[in-house]
Design a protein around this ligand. Structure first.
Ligand code: TPP
Ligand code: MG
Length: 539
């Protein structure tokens, strides 16, 4: 990287990003951001253009989650940025490192009514770690560098910059910011005294491993900790796969039992939100270990709240050195896990047509590779994925996270496919969710993304229809058209499509989809009367 550079604003931004190892930009075209394209294009950096800014922004978010490096998108002024808002907000809720480069109408005419003249910073302020308009061309490299570091350091999240068009097209000569390496000494903050050795005597501890274990690159250390301590673990979000699903101390179906019987629950790297019963685990003592002070729960009476850049050191602090035999507890959980899994078998092999949604997983799961990347986008159909899909490698599971935004799939698949052209990438897609992003199936075709989308087509917004009927005895606004031919849409856009009406058609259709390069959609007609057996409170 040159020490000094002369160029337009886009050159300065692109050169800074290149210095940080960025090699692709997700975007949808707009004149306000042409210099950013020019800066990246002339440096041989990839420009991945989508059909809707939500896909560009979700792709940047997913790149951040998967690669554990800041994902970058450029969104044009006004509607480009508002179209990206849901993905920016998802990145905020998910702690995904992401940099949004926004266009902005020219400063010299501000107030005169230029096209898309809008002040974006107040809009994005509440869901970003940093949001700034860079008025001065000569500052663009330096502020981009600062934004990059801010997005990528714990607790990670989205950072927004926009650039007035006149400043972005102008030229400057500047020193390039020096790229710093991030080496931090291990630090543990919070209730350190209350935590020290607190688990030494615990009979029935459970560890919940969440996304920030993965995003802080602590998966190997946490795996070793589990091995050392013998403490059984459950996983959520990007924490799935930190222990392979077939590890003797990994549990999923027994999770409810584990939380209700535990005498201590250690939650590492995920908020104590609705996904974990808001952090109420019966009488268990609760320990929360986060990657930043701001992330430690305040709504739960914690025995100890810790923040750290070294999850395994914090966990070691809790357990102390003494090894304890907890084989009875682990045996109890294994029995429950096996019973629950045996109880799933009937629906996994259900013979009905249209299919029981669980049968889709009965066919799919045995065909998943160990390092498959599984992406969930939908209501009930996606919830079944959480129950039935076993993850064996961390970074192999992408759900929308606590913001629960439908429509993530095309952007998430785009990022995953570009990162891992040789891995199996599978999207579990509700038919309602499909409608949010069909235009970007075209993007998946254009970029040759090897993804198999399996659409659970029940003809309804199932996760809304069933609860509404339960509450009111009727439902409105919950119908979709039955048997919509989503696979024909995929074919029309240049991908591969299959329709499945009966269970025995599904396996061969999946095999053909996996074998076909580029995107495929397997449209599986599923029984609208089956509702996911939900036990958790969402609100
Ligand atoms: C952007 C957005 N809009 C609305 C919702 C509310 N919502 C949650 S699940 C759901 C139904 C999803 O239907 P579908 O994708 O067909 O899956 P199904 O439940 O039928 O399996 C809706 C509308 C949401 N989560 N996100
Ligand atoms: Mg549906």
């Amino acid at each position: 990287m040159a020490d000094r550079i002369e160029g337009h604003g886009g050159d300065l931004i692109a050169e800074t990003l290149k210095g940080h190892g960025v090699d692709r930009l997700f975007t949808l075209s707009g004149g306000h951001i042409f210099p950013i394209y020019d800066g990246m294009h002339t440096r041989g950096m990839g420009i991945v253009d989508t059909r809707h800014e939500q896909a560009a922004a979700f792709a940047a978010e997913a790149h951040g989650k998967l690669a554990r490096a800041v994902g970058v998108c450029a969104l044009t002024a006004g509607p480009g940025i508002t179209n990206g808002m849901s993905a920016i907000t998802s990145a905020h809720f998910n702690g995904s490192p992401m940099l949004i480069l926004g266009g902005r109408s020219p400063e010299a005419r501000w107030g005169e009514g230029s096209l898309q003249e809008m002040d974006h910073v107040p809009l994005v302020n509440t869901v970003t770690k940093m949001a700034e308009t860079v008025f001065d061309t000569a500052s663009m490299a330096k502020v981009t560098d600062e934004a990059f570091w801010t997005a990528g350091s714990a607790h990670r999240g989205p950072v927004f910059l926009d650039f007035p068009m006149d400043a972005l097209f102008s030229r400057a000569e500047v020193d390039l910011p020096i790229t710093r390496a991030m080496t931090l000494a291990a630090v543990i903050g919070g209730d350190v005294d209350a935590a020290r050795g607190a688990l030494t005597e615990s009979e029935r501890p459970v560890l919940l491993i969440g996304s920030d274990v993965w995003s802080n690159r602590a998966e190997e250390h946490v795996r070793e900790f589990v091995q050392r301590s013998g403490i059984p673990a459950v996983m959520n979000g990007m924490g799935r796969g930190v222990l392979p699903a077939d590890h003797p101390l990994a549990f999923s179906a027994a999770r409810g039992h584990a939380f209700s019987r535990a005498d201590a629950v250690i939650v590492a790297g995920t908020p104590l939100d609705f996904r974990v019963g808001f952090g109420k685990f019966g009488d268990a003592r609760v320990f929360h270990v986060a990657d930043h002070e701001s992330q430690v729960a305040r709504h739960v009476a914690l025995t100890a709240g810790l923040w750290t850049n070294s999850f395994d050191d914090a966990l070691d602090l809790l357990t102390g050195d003494a090894a304890k035999d907890r084989s009875d507890w682990v045996g109890e959980l294994r029995r429950v896990e096996s019973e629950k899994r045996a109880g799933f078998q009937a629906e996994l092999h259900d013979e009905r047509s249209p299919l029981h949604p669980a049968r889709v997983y009965g066919e799919l799961v045995p065909r998943l590779q160990r390092d498959a990347v599984v992406i969930c986008d939908g209501g009930d159909f996606a919830s079944y994925a959480g129950r039935f899909v076993d993850v064996y490698e961390p970074g192999g599971w992408l759900d929308p996270g606590p913001y629960g935004c439908l429509g993530t799939a095309p952007g998430y698949a785009l990022a995953a496919g570009l990162l891992y052209p040789d891995r199996q990438i599978v999207v579990l897609l509700g038919d309602g969710a499909a409608g949010f992003g069909m235009g970007d199936w075209d993007t998946l075709v254009r970029f040759g993304i090897n993804v198999t989308m399996v659409c659970g087509n029940n003809g309804i917004w199932g996760l809304e229809k069933h609860p509404m009927r339960f509450l009111y005895g009727y439902d409105v606004a919950a119908e979709l058209r039955p048997e919509t031919r989503y696979e024909e849409v995929m074919r029309a856009l240049g991908g591969h499509g299959e329709l499945v009406r009966a269970p025995d058609e599904l396996g061969p259709a999946l095999e053909r989809a996996f074998a076909t390069p580029g995107p495929s959609l397997v449209n599986v007609l599923t029984d609208p009367d089956v509702a996911y057996p939900r036990s958790s409170n969402l609100a």
